[in-house]
Ligand binder design. Structure first.
Ligand code: DCM
Length: 126
């Protein structure tokens, strides 16, 4: 399983720009990564966000609908609350905070598009 986090603060959502693989590089995603053996999905997401963004988070509610990825992986997204730190692109090309319009207009990886309607409703409208 792959887990991804929707970090929303002040009506804005954090998007992260992938640096790899070549076919996904430059596209934007909810940051996250693979669940390792013995980890809970929530624990894995907290670890991934610590490693990739340098922040401490608490994982909240799951977003609706898991997404099937290539290779038999399943992608699941969660709401995430920032506890401490300022997100930094430690593993991504760039980070960006988007409102509803910015989310709809972003060049998102295909899998993450499933959550655009649900996420837009949480964000500042233009
Ligand atoms: N992935 C995705 N959307 C995300 C996070 C990851 O589609 N928000 C996909 C990209 C890879 C796989 O999950 O196929 C593993 O991600 P990573 O390469 O970041 O470990």
């Amino acid at each position: 399983m792959v887990v991804a986090g929707a970090l929303v603060a002040n009506g804005l959502l954090l998007l992260a720009q992938r640096s790899r693989p070549p076919e996904l590089a430059g596209m934007w995603e909810l940051p996250g990564g693979k669940v390792e053996p013995g980890e809970s999905p929530e624990g894995a997401l907290e670890r991934e966000l610590r490693e990739e963004l340098g922040v401490e988070t608490v994982v909240g509610q799951q977003l609706a609908g898991d997404v099937d990825l290539a290779g038999g992986l399943v992608l699941r997204a969660y709401r995430v609350e920032l506890m401490s730190g300022t997100p930094a692109p430690l593993d991504h090309s760039d980070l960006r905070w988007v409102d509803a319009r910015g989310l709809v207009g972003a060049d998102l990886v295909d899998a993450d598009r499933a959550w655009v309607p649900e996420l837009s409703g949480m964000l500042r409208q233009p």
